[in-house]
Design a protein around this ligand. Structure first.
Ligand code: ADP
Length: 376
């Protein structure tokens, strides 16, 4: 069986070992030579170009994605030509467009922050007036890692985005205690499996750490997070992995922030911390194969992202990092180091959360700052 992956980033890269183990051929359409997924790249080209994509998908059994940016027109053309696209365009739409997502989730009665679709300054001012004078403004499409998200307290602060003439999403500024993520995998038959709900810690709009399971989540929080993700996955007909980003509010409600329909940064811990990783279950879901166990290997798993810092040669730094703790698992993305860029992550798991966190943090500090680590 052959799966075609559109996009050559680290998510496509981490699908490669899962595909190898399943005996599946993975082909990647990468944006550039030397991408993270270059090992499996059979084509380099622009995914906005229909001819490039049609050429790429010849002979594949199913198509899936490293990102959600493939235009709907191209996805629909593939489906019209009989290509199996997972997740399909009808589902993926809601990971591509935050306004569509809010509308659809409202119909599914999923708990969300208060929101509105606005097109002009007057509408924004009205929303601000009704929500304590501050709100979160988002572009409907094209945002990632906090780009396309801005806290505003007046329409003047949004003049540049309003001038684009595109409808915008405005949301109440949620007072959250922490951010959680619930990942599930679903196959076309409807079978669904869920990993434990996790806590994700963000810095400057970028996920930096994940703790699995989220501390103090056993019971109600886990149940509600699961029910929300199950409702969304079934309601939208998602195939493969669905990540639901959630806010846990100070008054203990869970509200959906956004969706991703592909392996997600908050699921990288599953490579080492769960019986079946998100990458393997994504491929299984995409091919309609039975899904694997999401059971954890240890009471606690953590993932800490490596962001580009003062160390250029990550492989050289690995010598020092690996000597720190034989239980650490490193995952480097084969990317050139640039400030703040996600270039890898470290997973650790064990019985004591403080120990595994300290170990993974120290490893990452050495990748970011050199042998001085956290003391640099
Ligand atoms: P992106 O698509 O760029 O990841 P998100 O919609 O996930 O953007 O928002 C990025 C971050 O901004 C979130 O992780 C959260 O910390 C903050 N944020 C987003 N929406 C809200 C909101 N309604 N209230 C408070 N914080 C928010």
């Amino acid at each position: 069986m052959i799966i075609g992956v559109i996009g050559g980033g680290q998510l496509a890269r981490m699908m490669i070992p899962a595909a190898v183990n399943l005996g599946i051929e993975l082909r990647v359409l990468a944006e550039t030579d030397g991408s993270s997924a270059a090992l499996a790249a059979t084509a380099v080209g622009d995914y906005h170009d229909l001819e490039t994509v049609l050429e790429f998908v010849k002979g594949v059994d199913a198509v899936t994605f490293d990102h959600e940016h493939v235009p709907q027109s191209i996805l629909r053309e593939l489906v019209a030509r009989g290509v199996h696209v997972h997740p399909g365009p009808d589902a993926l739409l809601y990971a591509q467009d935050k306004l569509q997502m809010r509308q659809r989730l409202a119909a599914l009665r999923v708990p969300m922050p208060d929101w509105a679709r606005i097109e002009d300054a007057a509408a924004l001012d009205t929303f601000l007036g009704e929500h304590g004078g501050r709100a979160v403004l988002k572009t409907a499409t094209g945002g990632y890692d906090g780009k396309g998200v801005r806290v505003v307290s007046s329409s003047a602060g949004a003049a540049d985005w309003l001038a684009l003439g595109q409808p915008l999403l405005v949301e109440e500024l949620v007072e959250f205690r922490r951010e959680l993520a619930q990942l599930v995998a679903r196959r076309p038959s409807g079978e669904l499996v869920a990993w434990p709900v996790v806590e994700s810690i963000q810095r400057d709009g970028v996920c930096v750490e994940v703790i699995a399971p989220a501390p103090s989540s056993a019971g109600r929080v886990a149940d509600v997070a699961f029910e929300i993700a199950e409702t969304i996955a079934g309601g939208l007909g998602v195939t493969g992995v669905l990540a639901v980003e959630l806010f846990e509010t100070t008054d203990e409600r869970l509200l959906v922030n956004e969706l991703a329909m592909r392996p997600h940064n908050t699921g990288h811990w599953t490579i080492d911390g769960a019986v079946t990783s998100q990458f393997e279950n994504h491929l299984r879901g995409v091919l309609g194969l039975p899904l694997g166990s999401t059971a954890t290997r240890a009471p606690w798993s953590v993932m800490v992202n490596i962001l580009g810092g003062s160390v250029d040669d990550l492989n050289a730094a690995s010598v020092d990092v690996l000597a720190l703790d034989a239980g650490l698992k490193i995952h480097l993305y084969g990317k050139a180091v640039k400030p703040g860029r996600k270039v890898g992550h470290v997973n650790a798991y064990g019985h004591d959360l403080d120990d595994v966190l300290a170990s993974a943090r120290e490893a990452v500090a050495r990748y970011e700052h050199g042998p001085q680590g956290a003391h640099a």
